[in-house]
Design a protein around this ligand. Structure first.
Ligand SMILES: Cc1cc2nc3c(=O)[nH]c(=O)nc-3n(C[C@H](O)[C@H](O)[C@H](O)COP(=O)(O)O)c2cc1C
Length: 355
């Protein structure tokens, strides 16, 4: 894996990415780009969602392995610490992580022998950031690594700071987006769905907040396309999802779904697996959440045609094999991204290209 869960976040940040094996080779795109995304030529509508690419070294590694549409890990307007180690544990899920299963505690392990097709993990980082003095320059460097038919997207989130009112929080999304825009990414992804920071919560289910944030980010970044990253909406929340799409439509170019599915993670004794306050629940990703990503892609496609809109749909969740990529395309995704899959198989894009 190129992020090594047995090492701390800082070790991974400073010394990674770590090669998966001696056979880890770059992939050279030899055909001219045949697809388009956000009006830019791309080699394949496939890439890596926010999270696995901690800095420009990771971005370079992923571009070099044929992942063409990358997202630089979500950044903040302030320095923000990482949750205590460990940050990734493997979780036991039999088949799909349905919402019924996610309502029960899942058992986490620090090692696994599962094949990639059955691999699910929980990640609990709290969206750490080294602050804009570091990441704006590093994002510029990362943008410069894109080869022909490749693009980089910057992901941002607001940070609640002492004394902040909701308005200040929404403005912080916009300020962070403006900082990211200054580095020249192909798009700004607004992360409305990270479950790991207790005070911030998951904002994508609050209509007014989402629309306010999108409006302000749109004003702040001028002409750069905006993508919103959202979590899973249950079928009962379909009207809310439709309202949010309608309300944000004037400001956004794409919707990326899904983030992780939240569950309580315990050890074999039934105790909280991850150390520290507010860490009983964390986001599960990997093979067991593919059903939810596919479901959201299909429902976003229905909403897009019902409202006669033309935003792009970015399908994320449980893409571990080339077959999963094709399943997302068949469901209606304009672009497919993986996070866990790429971390454990950096040749996934090359395998799709060769398939
Ligand atoms: C290690 C790790 C870190 C992540 N960090 C972020 C993040 O900073 N911002 C974000 O929007 N999503 C983040 N995610 C969520 C992924 O972008 C993705 O939505 C989720 O993992 C589902 O895709 P997957 O099943 O392919 O992993 C992270 C996921 C992982 C595995």
């Amino acid at each position: 894996m190129f992020y090594d869960p047995a090492k701390t976040y800082d070790d991974n940040f400073d010394n990674g990415p770590f090669a998966v094996s001696d056979s880890d080779q770059p992939y050279a795109n030899i055909q001219p780009p045949k697809y388009k995304f956000l009006d830019r030529p791309i080699n394949l509508p496939f890439g890596i969602a926010a999270g696995a690419l901690l800095n420009s070294n990771y971005v370079k590694y992923a571009f070099d392995r044929g992942f063409d549409v990358l997202v630089y890990k979500t950044q903040r307007s302030v320095v923000f610490p990482c949750n205590p180690f460990p940050n990734i544990v493997y979780v036991d899920v039999d088949g799909d992580l349905t919402l019924e299963k996610a309502a029960q505690p899942l058992v986490g392990h620090t090692t696994t022998t599962k094949p990639i097709t059955q691999l699910s993990i929980t990640n609990s980082f709290a969206v750490p950031s080294r602050g804009p003095d570091y990441w704006i320059d590093d994002l510029k460097t990362a943008v410069s690594y894109a080869g022909p038919g490749q693009i980089l997207i910057a992901s941002v989130v607001g940070t609640i700071q002492p004394g902040f009112l909701p308005d200040d929080y929404y403005n912080d999304f916009a300020a962070t987006a403006a900082m990211a825009a200054s580095a020249g990414p192909a798009a700004i992804e607004v992360n409305l769905s990270c479950p790991n920071v207790a005070t911030e919560g998951v904002i994508c289910y609050t209509y007014d907040a989402v629309v306010q944030i999108c409006q302000r980010v749109h004003t702040a970044v001028d002409n750069i396309p905006i993508i919103i990253k959202i979590g899973y909406f249950t079928p009962d929340q379909q009207n809310l999802l439709q309202d949010i799409i309608r309300g944000t439509a004037p400001y956004i170019t794409g919707v990326a779904a899904i983030n992780t599915i939240s569950a309580a993670i315990v050890d074999q004794n039934g105790d909280q697996a991850l150390p520290g306050p507010n860490r009983l629940r964390s986001g599960v990703c990997g093979a067991s959440i593919k059903w939810a990503g596919l479901d959201m892609v299909r429902r976003l496609k229905d909403i897009r045609s019902a409202l006669n809109l033309d935003f792009k749909i970015i399908g994320v969740g449980g893409v571990m094999t080339p077959a999963d990529y094709y399943q997302y395309l068949a469901a209606g995704a304009d672009l497919v991204q993986c996070c866990t899959g790429a971390m454990y198989n950096p040749h996934l894009a090359a395998e799709i290209k060769q398939s």
